[in-house]
Design a protein around this ligand. Structure first.
Ligand code: 5GP
Ligand code: ZN
Length: 118
């Protein structure tokens, strides 16, 4: 499955609905999270639909580690957080707190954002 009907991130990543695209590579787009938990809270969204990171292996998987890690460096430079650092999170399924079932990586920077608790 490349795109999934009625998937909001499929529509955003493939420009079926307008969004403020911060960065783009062959396999990903980067947008701002609509409900940020850090001053800079971005989402790196795959253009191909995967329900979760668990579906990215195997025959229909995505082979783009270099591209993905490269995006992290690009964003860190672009937003001047390479020195201070940032956090990346991939929530996976129910217990992982995943609310949108389309592969995405959170990129958060700027201050402590309350996770993990304590
Ligand atoms: P998850 O909980 O699945 O790891 O993260 C989903 C994230 O997507 C949430 O942080 C939520 O705020 C964000 N989000 C959900 N719908 C939209 C949307 O339509 N546009 C944008 N920019 N972010 C969204
Ligand atoms: Zn999707």
């Amino acid at each position: 499955m490349i795109l999934k009907e009625d998937c909001i991130f499929c529509k955003i990543a493939n420009k079926k609905i307008p969004a403020d695209i911060i960065d783009e590579t062959d396999n990903f787009v980067v947008i701002k999270d609509i409900n940020p938990v850090a001053p800079m809270h971005l989402l790196i969204i795959s253009k191909i639909h995967y329900d979760s990171v668990l579906d990215t292996g195997g025959e229909d998987g995505i082979n783009c580690g270099k591209e993905l890690f490269g995006i992290l460096g690009t964003l860190a430079e672009k937003f001047n957080v390479a020195d201070k650092g940032f956090r990346t999170v991939i929530n996976t399924k129910e217990d992982g707190g995943q609310t949108v079932n389309h592969l995405h990586i959170h990129f958060m920077a700027g201050r402590w954002f309350g996770w993990p608790p304590g």
